[in-house]
Ligand binder design. Structure first.
Ligand SMILES: [Zn+2]
Length: 454
């Protein structure tokens, strides 16, 4: 499809059809990015006030929470006053999901799951307003790198939908909007030539996906002496994981020295920040209030690392007010030479995703196994350990009143489907899941895959 037709006709029509005001959100963001920081803060405060009023009037969970802690949204004078509201944990969302929804939300509520940044699965809902702003943020930041609506984008990506291959409609839609999705859950040496052929045929302007997957693909292509530098890709957008220097180097070298650009976001958190051409991670301030919080629940000092806590100013269907993401980032109060008024934060510090190796030698993204477990009701925590190439242990802590009778069977079936029928899956129901010596929780550990020299 011609990029201009997509940009001016198909994409705007599609968004309208979906009930999203993406194009006007995009216009707003484009304007706000150049505003003075003080003006942006005024906007944030105004949006925050309306969000809090809405939450008081329409969301039982927040109504009760504000009353309990004596918080009155009418009295809010500055953004900092948000600190009077207690932070929201994943556990609270799990327990209070129903009471957190705006039942009369225009355009309805749309159910999602978390993308595996922690071992605990989480169900949540999006509304059209929030989707429009997240989408607009993505478009704007890609424009920073010369990629506009309608330009061909190749996703080396994966999600349960694509894996199950059940969404044919989405495939057609992706083609119409010049997006090509290739499931990243499985990558083997054999598949590299096929991916290259698809890239040659599709001629994407940018490549988008997990840095672990893209760098693995690049290094595998290198081992097969396949030259990727002539594919015409102009930029790589990395997301959903920490982008390590060595990965950046591998990708950059393999693709002929093009920029490898990082961003931070998550399924439930949305599109939080993105690097500009100066390398600064700009926060999408018009859509968010972002805080970095230390162990005592206080804001960190400049240069310190803290937990990312977000308030999504446009998530009205299911408000996320002071939501603890579980991700750690460093604060950075620098002004960017690019001239944008958007604030900045340093790169993400923690979040790792491993690959596992299947008995038939494929590399598979750990998320594919995480999706299987986290989709079962009543799972409060889990850890997957690949002990041997054909033996996987699943430690699982469940709420027995919710966990279904066929839960274990679903896990076994799901794992065998992804790793091969010969794999043994040992499920252990436990009271507590031990942390690593560092205190960090790793939700997937492969004692087989660690030797890959990527
Ligand atoms: Zn900048």
């Amino acid at each position: 499809m011609y990029p201009k037709i997509v940009k001016h006709l198909i994409f705007p029509l599609h968004e309208k059809f979906m009930g999203r005001r993406t194009m006007s959100c995009l216009d707003e963001l484009e304007k706000w990015q150049w505003a003075e920081p003080e003006e942006i803060q005024e906007l944030q405060l105004a949006k925050l006030k309306s969000l809090l009023m809405h939450a008081t009037d329409n969301i039982p969970f927040y109504n009760e929470r504000f009353r309990k802690f004596g918080f009155n949204p009418q009295e809010i004078k500055s953004i900092k006053d948000i600190r009077d509201i207690p932070m929201l944990t994943k556990e609270e969302i799990r327990t209070n999901l129903e009471a957190m929804l705006w039942k009369e939300c225009p355009g309805g509520l749309h159910r999602y799951n978390t993308g595996g940044s922690s071992g605990q699965p989480l169900v949540f809902y999006f509304d059209r307003r929030r989707q429009a702003f997240d989408k607009a943020a993505r478009i704007m930041t890609h424009r920073w790198w010369g990629v506009d609506i309608g330009d061909r984008e190749f996703y080396l990506w994966g999600s349960p939908l694509e894996m199950a291959g059940q969404d044919r409609l989405k495939q057609i839609r992706d083609r119409l909007t010049n997006e090509y999705l290739y499931s990243a859950f499985e990558i083997s040496q054999d598949m590299v030539p096929e991916i290259v052929t698809r890239l040659e045929k599709f001629r994407p302007k940018c490549l988008f996906g997990y840095p672990s997957t893209i760098s693995l693909f690049c290094s595998m292509a290198g081992k097969q002496h396949i030259d990727l530098s002539g594919l015409g890709i102009t930029v790589v957008f990395s997301t959903a994981e920490v982008l390590y220097e060595h990965q950046k180097r591998i990708i950059n070298q393999a693709l002929g020295g093009i920029p490898v650009v990082d961003s931070y976001g998550s399924r439930e958190g949305g599109f939080i920040n993105h690097q500009c051409r100066e390398g600064t991670y700009h926060v999408m301030d018009p859509n968010y209030i972002l805080e970095l919080i230390n162990d005592d629940g206080k804001p960190v000092l400049e240069g310190e690392t803290g937990e990312v806590v977000i308030t999504h100013l446009d998530a009205w269907g299911m408000p996320f007010i002071r939501y603890r993401t579980g991700d750690m980032a460093k604060s950075d109060g620098m002004e960017c030479p690019c001239g944008r008024g958007l604030s900045s934060m340093a790169s993400l510090q923690g979040r790792t995703t491993d690959f596992i190796v299947t008995p038939d030698g494929r590399w598979q993204h750990a998320l594919s196994l995480i999706y299987v477990v986290r989709d079962i009701e009543g799972v409060s925590e889990f850890k997957i350990v690949q002990e041997e190439i054909d033996l996987v242990r699943v430690l699982i802590r469940t709420d027995s009143s919710l966990y279904p009778d066929n839960g274990d069977r679903r896990i076994r079936q799901g794992f065998k489907k992804r790793m091969g029928g010969e794999v043994k899956v040992r499920i252990e129901h436990v009271e507590m899941i031990p942390r690593d010596a560092s205190g960090k929780f790793r939700y997937v550990v492969s004692n087989v895959g660690g030797n890959y020299d990527c």
